[in-house]
Design a protein around this ligand. Structure first.
Ligand SMILES: Nc1ncnc2c1ncn2[C@@H]1O[C@H](COP(=O)(O)OP(=O)(O)OP(=O)(O)O)[C@@H](O)[C@H]1O
Ligand SMILES: [Mg+2]
Length: 357
C-alpha cells in the first residue's frame, strides 16, 4: 500500500505531503482545485507518465524545471521509498529503494494501479488499442515475462514493416516466422487472461446494474482463427508488401465488450458505459490481486459524475472491501452518501493544497 506521498510541482500542486491511511480516502474540492492532479502524481510515480498527456511540459508546474514525487510503499511490513523526477525536456529519473531503475516499467511492480479516470470511457467506446492496453496491463502483473515477449513481438513487427515500406523483401519470410512464433505465444497468454476476465465479469457485472446480466467480453486474437498465425501472415504477404505494413496479427487484437451480442458501446447509456468500465477495471484489479503479492491501489477520479446515487453506491460497495482506494469528487456530500457507513478518510483540496477535512 501507498503510505505516504510527497508531491512537488505537479500542475497546481506546488508542495503537498499526505499520509494515506489504509482503506479508502476521498478528496473533494472545487473544479480546478487539484484533485485529478493528485491522482496524476501517483500515476506518474507508479507508471512513469501521466494518464492525461504523453508530454512532460503540461504536467510540470508553470515556471519550474521539473516535478518530483516521492512515495513510501509498504509491503509485508517493509517500507520502500520510490521517487520520480520528470524534467521539461522529457528526461525521467526514477529510483526505488535508493537504486536507479533501469526501466520505468519496473515501477509498476512496486505499486500496481487500477485507474478509473473520467477520460477512461474511451476504453469501452474507442478503438481497440485502449482495450489491448487493459488486457496487456493485466498480463504484465499476472504473467511474468510477458513484457519481454511483447517487446520481442513488437520489435519483429516494426522491423518487418520497415522492410516492407522500403521494398526490401528478401528477409520477409524470416520476419514472418519470427512474428508468428512470438505472436502465438503472446496470444496464448492473452487468451488465458481474457477468459479469466470474462469469467469474473459475468459474476461481478450484475452487482453494478440489472442490465448487465448479459454483459460479456469477447477476445479477438487479431487474425482469422481458422488459420494459424503463420498461415494468416503467408496469405497476407503480397497484400502486406503492397500496403507496406503487417495487416494481421496480435497487434490487431481486441477485447470486445458486448451486451446481448451487440457492441456495448452501441447500446448502453452514458452512465451504463461508465459502470461497464468500472466493472472491467474491478475485474482487472481482482485478477491482479489473485496473481500478485501486492494488492493494487485503486484511483477513482470523479466517481459521482454521470452516476445516480444508487449506482454510485453500488460501485462504492464493490470498491470498499478491504482495498486501498483514493476517490475524488467535487461534492463531499454526494460521495459520503454513496460510500455509506464504511470508514472513509476525507481530505479537502483547495487551490493546490490537500488538507485533512
Ligand atoms: N502546468 C501547470 N502549472 C500550473 N497549474 C496548472 C498546470 N496545468 C494545469 N494547471 C492547473 O491546475 C489546476 C488543477 O487541475 P485539476 O485537473 O487537478 O483540477 P480538479 O480538482 O481535478 O478539477 P475538476 O473538478 O474540474 O476535475 C487547474 O486549475 C489547472 O488550470
Ligand atoms: Mg478533475
Amino acid at each position: 500500500m501507498l503510505k505516504h506521498i510527497t508531491i512537488e510541482g505537479v500542475r497546481n500542486l506546488a508542495q503537498v505531503q499526505v499520509a494515506l491511511p489504509t482503506g479508502a480516502t476521498a478528496l473533494f474540492g472545487a473544479n480546478g482545485s487539484g484533485k485529478t492532479s493528485f491522482l496524476e502524481a501517483i500515476h506518474l510515480l507508479a507508471v512513469g507518465r501521466s494518464f492525461r498527456t504523453h508530454q512532460s511540459k503540461p504536467v510540470i508546474q508553470r515556471g519550474l524545471a521539473h516535478c518530483r514525487i516521492v512515495g513510501e510503499v509498504q509491503r509485508r511490513g517493509r517500507s520502500i521509498i520510490m521517487g520520480l523526477e520528470k524534467h521539461r525536456d522529457g528526461v525521467v529519473k526514477a529510483r526505488v529503494a535508493g537504486e536507479n531503475v533501469p526501466s520505468l516499467s519496473e515501477l509498476a511492480l512496486h505499486l500496481p494501479l487500477v485507474l478509473l479516470d473520467t477520460e477512461g470511457l474511451g476504453v469501452v467506446t474507442g478503438p481497440p488499442e485502449g482495450r489491448r492496453r487493459l488486457l496487456d496491463g493485466t498480463l504484465f502483473h499476472v504473467e511474468q515475462g510477458f513484457l519481454s515477449q511483447w517487446k520481442r513481438y513488437a520489435s519483429a513487427v516494426r522491423q518487418r514493416n520497415s522492410g516492407l515500406r522500403r521494398g526490401i523483401l528478401d528477409s520477409d519470410k524470416a520476419w514472418r516466422r519470427e512474428i508468428a512464433e512470438t505472436g502465438a505465444l503472446l496470444t496464448q497468454h492473452r487468451q488465458a487472461v481474457a477468459a479469466k476476465l470474462a469469467d469474473k465479469l459475468t459474476r461481478l457485472a450484475p452487482a453494478l446494474s440489472e442490465d448487465f446480466e448479459a454483459l460479456e467480453v469477447v477476445f479477438r486474437a487479431g487474425w482469422d482463427q481458422k488459420l494459424s498465425l503463420l498461415e494468416a501472415l503467408e496469405r497476407n504477404a503480397a497484400s502486406d508488401a503492397a500496403q507496406g505494413f503487417t495487416q494481421v496479427g496480435p497487434h490487431r487484437a481486441d477485447l470486445r465488450l458486448m451486451r446481448d451480442g451487440v457492441l456495448a458501446a452501441d447500446v448502453l447509456s452514458r452512465g451504463q458505459l461508465k459502470l461497464a468500465l468500472v466493472a472491467l477495471k474491478l475485474v482487472q484489479g481482482a485478477l491482479i490481486e489473485d496473481a500478485s503479492s501486492i494488492p493494487p491501489l485503486y484511483l477513482v477520479d470523479d466517481l459521482p459524475a454521470e452516476l445516480d446515487r444508487e449506482h454510485c453506491a453500488r460501485v462504492c460497495e464493490q470498491l470498499g472491501a478491504g482495498r486501498q482506494v483514493i476517490l475524488t469528487a467535487v461534492d463531499r456530500a454526494s460521495l459520503e452518501a454513496a460510500w455509506g457507513d464504511k470508514p472513509l478518510n476525507l481530505f479537502h483540496v483547495e487551490q493546490g493544497r490537500v488538507l485533512p477535512a
